[in-house]
Design a binder for this molecule. Structure first.
Ligand code: ZN
Ligand code: ZN
Length: 586
């Protein structure tokens, strides 16, 4: 049945188109915005909205009323929405893309249609090439130049066919380029923006914004960057380049005085910015990347916080800007601080050459110490994961001897006897209780039989949650971005059980895992569960993956006290001892 349902993207595309065509037709503003809000909501909902609509539950979502729900149900049952079909008869569909071009908008799109008979972007490109734009009123040289630039970008984008690249690859690249630009033009403000700044797990392109009095020098520096393959387009305030890794970079440059507006605008998300525009309209203001315009003229903000303050909002961290309640929260006062990288006091998930890591215990401990950590858990795999060199009981005990020696030699960091023990296909733990009792920290993970049905795999993970010896469930769904979907673990039941037993749930920071993801972590927190953030490091460098886990936690709205490894080891050990006592052990 699921195969027949329209996807959330299909529903969202239709609502967005309806909104665009209504706007071109001159419909009242609130109808247009209602469809756009609904489109953004449907797109960002993790569950099937079509299934919800059929069950009469889509109205549980914000921004989806009974009318919109009936349209989703209509699309599900008939494959079409009558209201959309009707407006397509009156307004050519291709005008929506034309109106969406910067500097065009609905009125000029209608003028192009009326005066030139242009009904889609391809015809518009042809009209521009033929020099027919002069026949249309309202197209000065500046508008025309901007249009030419955008059409060139669109053509290049089509040829590039850019795919999504993971956060773990895109963010370091973007930061490197931003640093290079700052060095090239001293005094320039340069920041990574877009979905990357919001910590999305994968991105289409890299947005960088800058403020400088020397835009040409900044653009030259970007063109000369070794990561850049070629320049796709270049205007006064905008530039797009292709990189060798395949991701596009878009650089927007503005004056220093309105850098806050530009950064805020370019960070998004679209849904968040739609809501801000609505708030502004209610105050008689209008928000853009240039400033906030009102009856007394346009006020520009050098910093983002100023943009939010002008709309009566407390500052909102980029990771929360998805219109998921953050605006309402910021209306009633400062937001609670989110967990941040400096809060992390130690690493609870790492591997050495004892199993499938690349370094020995001492080298990993040195690397953790260099990060300022107070503790490092050496959590090699257990015996059943033979292909990863999993340890049997004898090797575990020999490893403990090495860890004892390591601890005897140092006072600056505590090395924990830990394990990433397999949760076997039948829900049993790969080590017996006697051995488990000897560890300082136990992470239990699923690595095999990930295709079990939802009920079986959920019960299997729940069995590990119920074990008093298990401290954390590692990468709870086993997903691998781009390779393997999340196993159908029921996160609601998992979170409920974890909240009851005090078992922690990991956000695994490996760029290919990011598991739990931010939506699941949010649900876990709402159910009262607490988290660990782990790098799952198999090398010294990979200890740095913790930052990606922190981004996921921030997107989930996690406070520092909701993440166990923001505590020092003695506090963590005491909490663990309390859990074991509560289970009647010791
Ligand atoms: Zn693992
Ligand atoms: Zn691991």
């Amino acid at each position: 049945m699921a195969g027949e349902l329209p996807t959330n993207a299909e529903i969202a595309d239709r609502f967005a188109l309806l909104g665009d065509l209504l706007e071109i037709e001159g419909a009242v503003r609130h109808r247009v915005l209602a469809y756009r809000r609904a489109a953004a909501r449907v797109r960002s909902t993790p569950a099937s909205v079509a299934a919800m609509a059929v069950a009469g539950r889509a109205t549980d979502l914000p921004d989806i009323g009974a009318t919109l729900q009936s349209k989703i149900a209509e699309l599900t049952e008939t494959g079409t929405i009558a209201a959309l079909d009707a407006i397509r008869e009156r307004v050519p569909e291709g005008l929506a893309a034309i109106a969406g071009l910067e500097g065009i908008g609905p009125k000029r799109a209608v003028a192009l249609w009326r005066d030139l008979g242009v009904t889609d972007v391809e015809q518009l490109a042809q009209a521009v090439a033929d020099g027919r734009l002069g026949e249309v009123s309202g197209f000065g040289p500046a508008t025309r130049d901007r249009l030419v630039e955008q059409l060139a970008q669109r053509a290049a984008r089509g040829a590039d066919h850019a795919e999504r690249i993971p956060l773990g690859r895109a963010l370091p690249l973007a930061e490197e380029i931003a640093a290079d630009l700052r060095a090239a033009v001293p005094g320039a403000r340069v920041e990574v923006a877009g979905s990357l700044r919001r910590g999305r797990e994968s991105v289409h392109d890299i947005d960088i914004v800058a403020a400088t009095d020397r835009p040409a020098a900044l653009q030259d520096a970007l063109a000369a960057n070794t990561a850049v393959e070629r320049v796709l387009s270049r205007g006064d305030a905008a530039m797009a380049v292709a990189t060798h890794v395949g991701v596009r970079i878009e650089l927007a440059i503005g004056p220093p005085g309105s850098f806050g507006n530009l950064l805020q605008h370019a960070t998004g998300s679209a849904a968040h910015n739609v809501r801000l525009r609505e708030l502004a309209v209610r105050r008689g203001l209008s928000v853009s990347q240039h400033g906030i315009a009102g009856p007394e003229g346009t006020a520009a903000m050098a910093d983002e916080d100023g943009v939010y303050a002008a709309l009566g909002l407390a500052p909102i961290p980029p990771e929360l800007r998805e219109d998921a309640g953050e605006i309402e929260a910021a209306q009633s006062g400062p937001l609670e601080p989110l967990v941040a990288l400096p809060d992390i006091r130690g690493e609870l998930h790492s591997h050495t050459t004892w199993s499938d890591g690349t370094l020995g215990v001492t080298a990993m401990v040195e690397a953790a110490r260099a990060l300022g950590y107070g503790y490092l858990a050496i959590s090699d795999h257990s015996r059943s994961l033979a292909m990863a060199g999993g340890l049997d009981a004898d090797r575990v005990r020999r490893q403990w001897e090495e860890i004892d020696e390591e601890n005897a030699r140092r006072s600056d960091i505590t090395v924990l006897k830990a394990t990433e023990v397999d949760i076997l296909a039948d829900g049993r733990i790969d080590f017996d209780d006697e051995l488990l009792a000897g560890f300082d920290w136990v992470t239990a993970s699923i690595h095999s039989a990930l295709t079990q049905d939802a009920e079986r795999i959920t019960r299997r993970v729940l069995a590990a949650v119920e074990s008093p010896f298990v401290d954390t469930i590692g990468h709870p769904t086993g997903r691998m971005l781009g390779r393997r979907d999340a196993a159908p673990v029921d996160i609601g039941r998992l979170a409920e059980a974890a909240a009851r037993t005090g078992t922690l749930l990991e956000i695994n920071g490996q760029p290919r895992r990011l598991d739990l993801d931010s939506q699941m972590a949010r649900r876990a927190l709402a159910a009262g569960a607490r988290l660990t953030i782990g790098a799952d490091a198999h090398s010294a460098e990979a200890l740095g993956y913790i930052r990606f886990g922190v981004l996921v936690a921030r997107r989930a709205g996690a406070r520092p006290d909701q993440v166990a490894n923001t505590a020092e080891w003695p506090a963590l050990a005491a909490a663990r001892a309390g859990r074991l006592r509560a289970a009647g052990l010791y």
